[in-house]
Design a protein around this ligand. Structure first.
Ligand code: ATR
Length: 284
């Protein structure tokens, strides 16, 4: 292998997934690189599952490689390939950001919980606080785990978790403690009474997926409504919530905010989320 002069090596990162063609992360990090006038690159890196372990093992030896984002289907498998993982990654059970350390070891973190709560903080009405009351979370998959960790850390003391397969909600309650109250899918409407936050973490309402059916009559008007789904940007859930007067936050911001810690670790600049960034990431 040729050893490049340090001065000539372009810092680089990317997103590994299979498939990875759909990922908007290159637009996100590409925008920030350009905005800050940095020399660097961020690429889509298709890695089939059978090549994952070798790809990760080789990462520290690739000239200039500072780390990667990890997306479907590798987020869980990558966890066990790291030398160290942060607390959020351990609790969520998945890694979405890998950073090559100065000694060549690999550090895995999960910035999805950070991205979720930063998005709410940035776009919720002034004075709205996650800890002010019970939350309802729809879904009990990987995205729900990040949302649960974020809300527990934000001080939510009652989290009503509604899922089609109640066993998954019960398993998360057993794992994350007594703040999590499993709710049968058919009872999701009644669970809205007296709450401060409603989050959809299911794939329902996403383009090409079935609609999310939920009547919002029992939801207090001050409750914030957030959808992890950002394609479409304004889901039926958000449109219906807004029409009846609830504050809403869309799901794109979670993607944008979760990228901040990785970008800073790889390229040395703390980036911000702006309307221009949103427009650039949404543009096709
Ligand atoms: P992710 O990692 O994005 O959370 P996932 O782990 O596949 O994806 O979870 C998908 C979530 O959407 C689950 O909560 C799933 O419910 P089940 O656990 O019962 O499968 C939910 N979901 C998907 N399709 C659904 C549907 N038609 N009705 C209700 N919930 C659905």
């Amino acid at each position: 292998m040729s050893v490049a002069n340090d001065d000539e090596v372009i810092p680089r990162a990317g997103v590994i997934g299979w498939p990875v063609a759909h990922s908007r992360s290159p637009k996100l990090h590409g925008f920030w690189l350009k905005q800050h006038g940095l020399v660097g690159r961020y690429d889509k890196l298709p890695v089939p599952p059978e090549d994952l372990a070798a790809f990760i093992a080789d990462l520290p030896r690739e000239p200039g490689f500072r780390g990667v984002n990890v997306t479907i289907p590798h987020k869980i498998a990558v966890l066990s390939l790291m030398a160290q993982v942060d607390d959020a990654a351990r609790r969520i059970g998945a890694v979405n950001t890998v950073v090559v350390q100065p000694d060549g070891s690999l550090h895995g973190s999960n910035t999805d919980a950070f991205g979720f709560i930063e998005n709410l903080k940035a776009d919720a009405p002034a004075g709205w606080k996650a800890a002010a009351g019970p939350a309802v979370v729809l879904g009990a998959g990987g995205a729900a785990r990040a949302v649960i960790v974020a809300l527990l850390d934000a001080g939510v003391s009652e989290l009503r978790l509604a899922n089609r397969s109640i066993e998954k909600a019960e398993a998360l309650a057993a794992e994350f403690g007594k703040a999590i109250l499993p709710v049968a899918w058919d009872e999701r409407m009644q669970a809205l009474a007296g709450t401060n936050l409603l989050v959809n973490t299911t794939s329902l309402g996403m383009a090409g997926q079935p609609p999310l059916e939920i009547a919002l009559d029992d939801l207090p008007l001050a409750a914030l409504v957030n959808d992890i789904v950002y394609s479409p940007l304004v889901t039926d859930l958000l449109a219906n919530a807004k029409a009846r007067g609830n504050p809403v936050v869309d799901g794109l911001g979670m993607l944008l905010h979760q990228g901040r810690p990785g970008f800073e670790a790889w390229f040395g600049v703390a980036p911000t989320v702006t309307p221009e960034l949103r427009a650039a990431v949404l543009a096709d």
